[in-house]
Design a binder for this molecule. Structure first.
Ligand SMILES: Nc1ncnc2c1ncn2[C@@H]1O[C@H](COP(=O)(O)OP(=O)(O)OP(=O)(O)O)[C@@H](O)[C@H]1O
Ligand SMILES: [Mg+2]
Length: 271
């Protein structure tokens, strides 16, 4: 069964792109077919794959002035629809469009066969850190929203609360008039990211999130993640047998496995 996931947070820099890049490649290495959609006008996900200025980007979905998107193969079992620096400004022009949150939904519906989208087990959308019309289009097609949070004051529990509130607001806005049932079915899952092993703050954070059902995994802090996107290499390619990294790589495989398991599940009602 295909799972569609929007990676989203209201705070910037929590690790969405870096983790989406590595998680997708990891899924690919396990034999899963993955489609990535770079849905952020910063285009960091495309850049991580060495794609800088493709003429056929996600912008074509939202604006007829742009060429139709093309799917590129970027890694073993991983394909990408590249991002566009224009996506943010295109989003602002949509304010007065009717059904403005259904543009991606309708495009998918129309192009599903032509683009052979049924072959993907996972479609992951990396997004800009906001709940704009563009992000809402991604949420609209998703089974889950996956959010990365950090053990910091604004990037942690505050960020969780703010995303939950925005999701709730969107769910209650986007309802079928007669039945009041929401078009938005995605639930919100959280992953702790950049969590150290040995600081007080991270210790407290681990303890708190271990009791939260919607926090599905915790990813350790590791400087190597920064290298991985710059050098276009999956994090596990740095596994060189150095004993000091054994625990990190073992833990990361377990945590990526937990994310996969949570994504594979049907969405939680009312979450
Ligand atoms: N587990 C981690 N340990 C250490 N550094 C990390 C980890 N995950 C991500 N980072 C680093 O955090 C920084 C921000 O990451 P990234 O760009 O992926 O965040 P983002 O949420 O996509 O940002 P934006 O909101 O701007 O799109 C990068 O330097 C990245 O290498
Ligand atoms: Mg990003």
């Amino acid at each position: 069964m295909q799972r569609i996931v929007t990676v989203l947070s209201t705070k910037g820099g929590t690790g969405k792109t870096t983790q989406t890049y590595n998680f997708a490649k990891w899924l690919g290495s396990q034999g899963h077919q993955v489609l990535l959609i770079d849905h952020d006008h910063q285009m960091n996900l495309s850049t991580a794959f060495g794609i800088f200025n493709s003429p056929n980007t996600i912008a074509g979905v939202y604006d007829k002035e742009f060429k139709d998107p093309k799917i590129l193969n970027v890694s073993k079992n991983v394909d990408l629809i590249p991002g566009s620096m224009h996506l943010g400004s295109i989003g602002e022009t949509l304010i007065n469009r009717t059904m403005r949150e259904f543009i991606l939904y309708n495009w998918l519906d129309k192009n599903y066969e032509a683009y052979d989208l049924g072959k993907y087990e996972y479609i992951l959308l990396d997004s800009h850190p906001d709940v704009s019309i563009i992000s809402k289009n991604a949420i609209m097609i998703s089974n889950h929203v996956l959010s990365f949070v950090e053990p910091s004051q604004f990037g942690g529990f505050d960020a969780m609360d703010s995303l939950k509130a925005r999701m709730q607001e969107f769910k209650s806005e986007a309802v079928v008039p007669r039945t009041q049932q929401s078009y938005v079915t995605a639930d919100t899952l959280f992953v702790g990211n950049k969590v150290a092993y040995n600081t007080n703050a991270s210790h407290e954070f681990r303890k708190s999130v271990s009791e939260m059902k919607d926090v599905v995994a915790v990813i350790p802090q590791k400087e190597l993640f920064n290298r991985s996107t710059i050098e276009h290499r999956m994090i596990f390619e740095y596994e060189d047998g150095d004993q000091r990294n054994t625990k990190f790589f073992r833990d990361l495989r377990i945590e990526y496995g937990k994310i996969k398991q949570a994504i594979d599940k049907p969405e939680e009602e009312g979450n």
